[in-house]
Design a protein around this ligand. Structure first.
Ligand code: NAP
Length: 286
């Protein structure tokens, strides 16, 4: 039987409609959530991500401050701008688009953002809170993956989740989030031996490698849920995931497409985090 295709686009639209309503209500109470996005340099992919974030803010009614700098911006200048935004009461979320030019230390930049304004969820304080099961701003792509699975009413507790990839922004946190939901989690990476034997045991297989068409049907257990986080550009210019969709859809029970799968959820969870940060700043409970 062919897998159910999980449309990230539809889920994102539904969530954004609800957020629009929530922001409207917050505005009536005198609170307008605000997001500052800082872009350094002229990487075309980063420009397009920043544009997507601006559009989502406008759609939902979040105040959006887009700040663009040339690649020559110094680390000191960037840190001082973050300090100002940390102090700015109209800004509840600060996002510095990565990657940064090599003369700027990303770690320093991430750690300069106040944890309560760290809507990317990259600050070690938020990562630590998430790891220890405390309330935290959770990084957007992993959070989006969890949300997608939960909204399909797919059971997580007791299931074997296999994550391929262990980056700090996707692999590690996504596995931790599923562990927090009582899944049994296995991480795989480039040094993993017998990858296929491990992925074949997954009830939920999350692939975050960044290699086009890396996972074929022989890696997937019949009836597994397959979440493809990978975004790869083929020489033809077409986007594709890490999973061979046409093969996997005949084996899996649920599958996410690329594009239109995890991607739209990432920006949506950024909007969610900005609203949460704004509410927290005023002591409004969610
Ligand atoms: P990354 O930092 O390059 O990490 C890739 C991971 O894959 C690493 O942990 C690496 O293992 C592992 N890996 C590489 N080759 C492997 C192999 N042959 N077998 C098993 N594991 C292997 O990438 P990332 O930032 O996590 O991103 C992963 C993908 O997700 C990319 O395509 C990226 O574009 C995409 N992404 C999408 C979104 C979205 O919104 N949809 C957001 C973020 C990222 P080692 O640790 O051993 O090197």
């Amino acid at each position: 039987m062919a897998a159910k295709i999980i449309s990230g686009k539809e889920i994102a639209n539904d969530l954004r409609e609800k957020m629009k309503e929530e922001v409207n209500n917050l505005k009536k109470q005198g609170l307008t959530p605000g997001l500052a996005v800082i872009l350094v340099g002229d990487d075309p992919a980063s420009h397009s991500y920043v544009k997507g974030k601006k559009k989502a803010c406008e759609e939902i009614g979040i105040y959006n401050k887009a700040i663009e700098h040339p690649a020559s911006l110094t680390e000191e200048q960037l840190l001082s701008e973050i300090d100002q935004l940390n102090e700015d009461d109209s800004i509840h979320g600060i996002l510095v688009q990565l990657p940064l030019p090599s003369h700027i230390d990303e770690k320093k930049v991430i750690e300069r953002i106040l944890p309560e304004k760290d809507v990317d969820g990259f600050h070690p304080i938020n990562v630590g809170r998430m790891m220890t099961g405390q309330k935290a701003l959770i990084s957007c792509t992993p959070y989006g993956v969890l949300k997608m699975v939960q909204l399909q009413n797919i059971e997580i507790e007791g299931k074997h989740v296999v994550v391929i990839g262990r980056s700090n922004i996707v692999g590690k946190p996504v596995g931790q989030l599923f562990l927090n939901e009582n899944a049994t989690v296995t991480y795989c990476h480039s040094k993993t031996k017998n990858l296929k034997e491990i992925t074949k045991q997954a009830d939920i297989l999350i692939v975050a490698v960044g290699r086009a068409n890396f996972i074929g049907k022989e890696y997937i257990k019949e009836g597994a849920v397959v979440i493809d986080v990978g975004v790869n550009r083929l020489p033809t210019g077409k986007l594709c995931g890490d999973v061979i969709f046409d093969e996997a859809k005949d084996v899996a029970s649920f599958i996410t497409p690329v594009p239109g799968g995890v991607g739209p959820l990432t920006i949506t969870m950024l909007m969610h985090n900005t609203i949460e940060a704004a509410k927290q700043s005023q002591g409004v409970c969610s």
